[in-house]
Design a protein around this ligand. Structure first.
Ligand code: SF4
Length: 378
């Protein structure tokens, strides 16, 4: 599709509500009353309505949270209608919505579809009810299967399933069973995130008290290896550290983040990047609602050095890595003059590989990507 001089844009909409807080979660989300949810919707619509979208063509929308499916379905219709009024949305735009099993029904799914949602992301996390219970999830595996069945029956053809690894008590066999069960459902996309024990969560307290029973390092390594080889065998290509997709089903929205494309975030705490400016909304719900979505923004103007660092540590999350020509186009500098020593060192260590115009972490490098990315900070 031609852009007619309009700039491509990705749009994120944050719904910060959940039915209950999972024990590991430090996302910006909480339980809320119906009245608060309604006031939030009005503020969100006001924020979108105050935006000049005339320069852009929206290539992807991601409604995330929190749990977007825990607000009434017509909220999603209203959000989409408001976005359509302010922005030109590409006919082939990827429009994703996160949903939790057990928070949707056939009627709501039909409404989401009518509103334009064409990609569903389901937070399953595990296929074992005891693991789900420990995580504090509200669903069990049977509820998930029922939800997945309805999602397919109303005609969604692009579905992601989220799984988690390194869960308390998780074994390699159990992970294998979860992967077998999930791939048997043939979703187009699978994300597998390792549990991270975040400060301030109930899991952090349990870990401190020695009550979390996390898998040891060897088991974690085995689980990661199994995940990669099992999914590859089933035709899911790993295209980012934690993301796997059937051909042509990579999440286009998330690729914008890793490629440092322009995106606008709406809603509580939502972050945006336009050119070399990062900005984000307040994380205070009362302030956000009080200011009808127009509370003060946190603005950061990136220097060239900041942007180069981001280019490296976001781009190298992708299995295809980064292009030296893109680096030169963005910054007017040869990547070797800026990062040549580090790139060559990582190649020697077997962590990086260089082919044609591209630099990408090897499998060994992806395993320790956090350490390697730090080397790109000035
Ligand atoms: S459903 Fe998701 S956002 Fe909500 S508490 Fe659980 S992990 Fe956090």
């Amino acid at each position: 599709m031609k852009n007619n001089g309009l700039k491509p844009l990705a749009v994120y909409v944050h719904i910060p509500f959940c039915e209950q807080k999972c024990r590991y979660c430090d996302f910006l989300s909480a339980k809320a009353s119906d009245e608060v949810k309604l006031q939030y919707l009005l503020s969100l619509m006001h924020e979108i309505n105050q935006t000049d979208g005339s320069k852009y063509i929206v290539k992807s929308i991601f409604i995330g949270g929190g749990t977007p499916s825990c607000v009434p379905a017509y909220f999603i219709t209203k959000i989409m209608e408001t976005l359509e009024k302010r922005f030109m949305i590409a006919v082939d735009a990827e429009i994703s919505m996160e949903m939790n099993p057990g928070t949707v029904c056939k009627t709501s799914l039909i409404e989401y579809k009518k509103a334009g949602i064409n990609r569903v992301s389901l937070g399953l996390q595990s296929t074992f009810d005891d693991e789900l219970g420990k995580l504090g999830r509200i669903h069990d595996y049977k509820i998930f299967l029922n939800t997945y069945g309805i999602v397919r029956s109303v005609g969604f053809k692009n579905v992601n399933i989220d799984l988690m690894s390194s869960l308390p008590g998780q074994t390699v066999d159990r992970m294998q069973t979860s992967l077998e069960r999930v791939t048997a459902l043939e979703p187009e996309h699978i994300s597998v995130y390792s549990l991270i024990v975040e400060d301030g969560t109930p899991f952090a307290r349990m870990a401190e008290e020695g009550r979390l029973n996390l898998p040891d390092e060897d088991t974690e390594i085995e689980i990661d290896k199994l995940t990669r080889s099992f999914l590859a065998e089933k035709g899911y290509r790993r295209y980012e550290i934690s993301n796997y997709a059937l051909e042509d089903y990579e999440c286009r929205h998330n690729l914008v983040y890793w490629n440092r494309g322009d995106y606008l975030g709406f809603g509580l705490g939502a972050a945006s990047l336009i050119g070399s400016t990062r900005f984000s909304n307040t994380r205070d719900l009362k302030k956000y609602i009080g200011a009808r979505g127009m509370s003060e923004m946190n603005i950061q103007r990136l220097t060239d050095k900041d942007a180069m660092e981001e280019f490296m540590f976001l781009g190298l999350r992708k299995v295809d890595g980064i292009s030296e020509n893109d680096f030169e186009k963005c910054f007017g500098k040869n990547i070797m003059d800026v990062y040549g020593d580090i790139l060559n060192k990582q190649v020697k260590e077997g962590m990086m590989h260089h082919e044609g115009d591209r630099w990408a972490l090897t499998e060994k490098g992806l395993d320790v990507s956090n350490v390697l990315m730090a080397e790109y900070l000035f």
